[in-house]
Design a protein around this ligand. Structure first.
Ligand code: PLP
Length: 404
């Protein structure tokens, strides 16, 4: 995404042409950005040759998953729906891992039938259920056990998952107990130690601490693991002031770890692969001036992009046509939904805007469309893929008569 003569472009297509052709609100992805992100992720960890499983909950669009498949990486899924979507995209079962604290019996059964690589279990009850199902099917099932390493990921509180107060994974003590109990099971094979401490992590230190905990647990477990699943969570630069995640450092920490433990590393990145490959185009419905502020009322709302309302997260907003004049007044970019939290951004000044003009909300590829809803009975946005000079619909705008 870049400006040429004050006009916003995605690859070689002008933003204004996209909104005129496809309407708004519309999620718009760049295929080359997505491909580059995957390539860079692979390059950053080339020396450790990990299995990369894209976190489907960050974006479950079929066309995106087909690109994931073409790029040779796998999938991390958290429901039967996501598993079906990953399989539909052609991702091989042996590259699929299944995570989540509350997998229902039917979902586990499906995963066992499909012979996916690993079910990452998060409680003893879940492992008993997997064992019961495996026994019924007279088969054995490869599982990972998710450890809660009690580490503060130093990210937004609402997307932290690796502290004891969070619902995820098992404490060290419970982990070791369960491992002992299932060691001799004929039906459940513990192949993997897994963790995932949170999301939008920009500092390497929490990962370093996490690796130290893993090192200790492996030594205590007296067990041979085939895999160590390190989860995802690597942060991106939503704001210029955010420092870039130090992949080199993380890679060297893992390299050191692998000298002690002969395992295959699994990653489950979502955000770092897809977040910055998309914008959300939106039209300005009205501009309401008050003595203190300008409310820029958009046709996109919290039902389309929930992150600011849900986590208080930051997304930059850009005009499709930059004006040379700046308007020095507080601008609140809000949606039409009847909630005070239906607000995307507040800035002190902005390029001059008029009603009916358009803006682009940045870095919305992860947890954007996948978190959208029909709140206020609003139809879901469409999704567009840009590739060089071409643009195509990869998800049609929902029709009102499908929800009314
Ligand atoms: C959400 C999630 C991920 C992906 O996290 P990102 O921050 O998007 O990389 C990976 N693993 C598990 C278990 C998750 O719940």
């Amino acid at each position: 995404m870049y400006f040429k003569k004050n006009k916003l472009f995605i690859e070689k297509v002008e933003g204004l042409k996209i909104v005129k052709k496809f309407g708004t609100p519309t999620y718009c992805y760049s295929r080359s950005k997505l491909k580059n992100n995957i390539k860079n992720f692979q390059k950053n960890f080339r020396s450790i040759n990990p299995l990369i499983c894209f976190s489907v909950k960050s974006n479950s669009n079929l066309e995106i998953l087909k690109q994931i498949k073409r790029s040779g990486i796998g999938a991390d899924v958290v429901s039967k729906g996501e598993m079906l979507q990953a399989l539909k995209a052609g991702i091989p079962p042996k590259k699929i891992v299944f995570s989540g604290v509350g997998k229902k019996s039917e979902e586990l059964k499906f995963a066992i039938e499909k012979k996916i690589l690993l079910i990452n279990a998060e409680s003893e009850s879940e492992i008993f259920e997997i064992e019961r199902l495996a026994k019924l099917k007279k088969t054995n099932v490869n599982i990972g056990i998710r450890l809660n390493p009690n580490i503060d990921a130093k990210t937004l509180k609402k997307i932290s998952t690796g502290k004891h107060e969070d619902k995820f994974g098992l404490t060290e003590k419970a982990f070791l107990n369960i491992l002992k109990n299932f060691k001799k099971s004929n039906f459940v094979k513990v192949k993997c130690l897994s963790v995932h401490i949170g999301s939008q992590i920009t500092d390497c230190k929490p990962y370093e601490k996490m690796i130290n905990v893993l090192d200790r647990i492996i030594k205590k477990s007296n067990h041979l693991y085939d895999y160590v699943d390190l989860g995802g969570g690597m942060g991106i630069q939503y704001e210029k002031k955010t420092k870039l995640f130090n992949y080199k450092r993380y890679n060297s920490i893992i390299t050191k770890f692998l000298k002690k433990h002969k395992v295959k590393i699994i990653f489950e990145p979502g955000r770092s692969i897809i977040a910055n490959s998309a914008v959300l185009f939106s039209q300005i419905i009205y501009i309401k001036n008050t003595s203190k502020k300008k409310f820029i009322i958009l046709d996109a709302a919290m039902n389309d992009l929930m992150r600011p309302a849900l986590y208080g997260s930051f997304h930059n907003i850009l005009p499709l046509i930059k004006s040379n004049k700046k308007n020095k007044k507080i601008h609140d970019f809000v949606g039409p939904v009847c909630e005070t939290t239906d607000k995307f951004l507040s800035v002190k000044e902005f390029s001059n805007l008029k009603e009916k003009e358009y803006v682009a909300i940045s870095d919305v590829g992860a947890y954007g469309m996948s978190l959208s809803s029909n709140y206020n009975l609003r139809p879901k946005a469409s999704e567009i893929m840009i590739e060089n000079k071409s643009s195509k619909v990869i998800l049609k705008r929902q029709k009102l008569n499908n929800i009314v």
